[in-house]
Design a protein around this ligand. Structure first.
Ligand code: MN3
Length: 201
């Protein structure tokens, strides 16, 4: 079965003023669609892979045939990352998490402010294109990492439960070179309920 572009769970303009409608439209309809298309083109060369989930492919990239490994890493990663990205944002987002996720953040980083500072600094400091992530390890411990390009922490055994896209296509129309301003604004649209669900899952 071919991979398909998931529908955006809100309107293009729903995250304004933090993320503008034009950026959301191009990001979802053009960039994410291109990752889906390129992933499908790659997988077609190895129909035996169609039975595997994208998660399984990314967990073990060395098991992906060499001729399409880079395509799966980049475009499969792109599809996987953006599918998470749309879900962990909401027009009703922002604020701070509660419950077990809040406890785990406290345990790992001291407090929410320290965590926010760490993820912001990590995302802003990612050289070139990439992502900043909050990850869960196998014992439920949290950490902050960044990845280049469309790599996902899943390839290193971690489960990303929150991520911020710091490719220029994610912010350049509205923020130009001001990546720190975009990352600061992004905190206002985080859907903590969805992040908590991914933490629990
Ligand atoms: Mn992107």
């Amino acid at each position: 079965m071919a991979f398909t572009l998931p529908k955006l769970p809100y309107d293009f303009n729903a995250l304004e003023p933090h993320i503008d409608a034009r950026t959301m439209e191009i990001h979802h309809d053009k960039h994410h669609q291109a990752y889906v298309n390129n992933l499908n083109t790659a997988i077609q060369k190895h129909p035996e892979l169609e039975k595997k989930s994208l998660e399984d492919l990314l967990k073990d990239l060395s098991g992906v045939p060499e001729d399409i490994r880079a395509a799966v890493r980049n475009n499969g990663g792109g599809h996987f990352n953006h599918s998470l990205f749309w879900e962990i944002m909401s027009p009703k987002g922002g604020g701070e998490p509660s419950g077990k996720l809040a406890d785990a953040i406290k345990k790992a980083f001291g407090d929410f402010a320290a965590f926010k500072e760490k993820l912001s600094t990590t995302a802003v400091g990612q050289f070139g294109s990439g992502w900043g992530w909050l990850c869960k390890d196998k014992s439920g411990g949290l950490s902050v990492v960044s990845t280049p390009n469309q790599d996902n922490p899943i390839s290193n055994g971690l489960t990303a439960i929150l991520g911020v896209d710091v490719w220029e296509h994610a912010y350049y129309l509205n923020y130009q070179n001001r990546r720190p301003d975009y990352v600061a604004a992004w905190w206002n649209v985080i859907n903590w309920e969805e992040v908590a669900k991914r933490f629990a899952g």
